[in-house]
Design a protein around this ligand. Structure first.
Ligand code: ZN
Length: 176
């Protein structure tokens, strides 16, 4: 592993944090939460705060410590995606700048986020796809996922989105 920039350093360079959007509650995706100021609103997908998949049994205590002192995680509520492309989509600010996309499979409430930035659209896949090889070949994270067939469908839906809109910059769960 290459050591990156820790959350505290990143936060010190930015305006105050208005909220945290989690992709899912695996340990390696919440390990910066200890640096997040208490009282910051935190959001995740439906059912994500009481996941019962096997990895949680071994890591729940550590995950809880990362979140110690934080406000309870708010689970986003999804209606079916009218386009039928995804299990659900929420326009978080009502202006199309940040869409939360329900992509179940890696965990039951896994989310991806499509963000319209000044530099163009960016897709944050979370661990629905965690490597560049997996993205290029349509292979989901294997035994790390709670429901591999469902994960494969969600990954296919994200890849289809990018095929329709090739300008999207794809950021994967564990790689650029
Ligand atoms: Zn994960």
């Amino acid at each position: 592993m290459k050591l990156g920039t820790d959350t505290a350093t990143l936060l010190s360079r930015e305006p105050p944090l208005a909220g945290v959007l989690l992709t899912h509650l695996h340990l390696d995706h919440v390990s910066g939460m200890r640096d997040v100021p208490h009282g910051t609103p935190i959001y995740a997908g439906p059912g994500e705060t009481h996941g019962s998949e096997l990895p949680y049994l071994f890591t729940q205590g550590t995950i809880d410590r990362q979140l110690d002192g934080q406000d309870p995680i708010q689970e986003l509520t999804f209606a079916p995606d009218p386009s039928g492309h995804f299990a659900g989509v929420v326009d978080l600010f009502g202006d199309g700048t940040v869409l939360a996309i329900l992509v179940p499979g890696h965990t039951a409430g896994s989310l991806a986020y499509l963000v319209r930035t000044p530099k163009g659209p960016v897709l944050l896949t979370g661990d629905t796809c965690h490597t560049r090889w997996g993205w290029d070949h349509g292979v989901e994270p294997g035994s790390f996922s709670g429901n591999r067939p469902e994960n494969a469908i969600s990954l296919g839906n994200l890849r289809a989105l990018v095929a329709r809109h090739p300008a999207i910059d794809v950021r994967l769960g564990h790689q650029r």
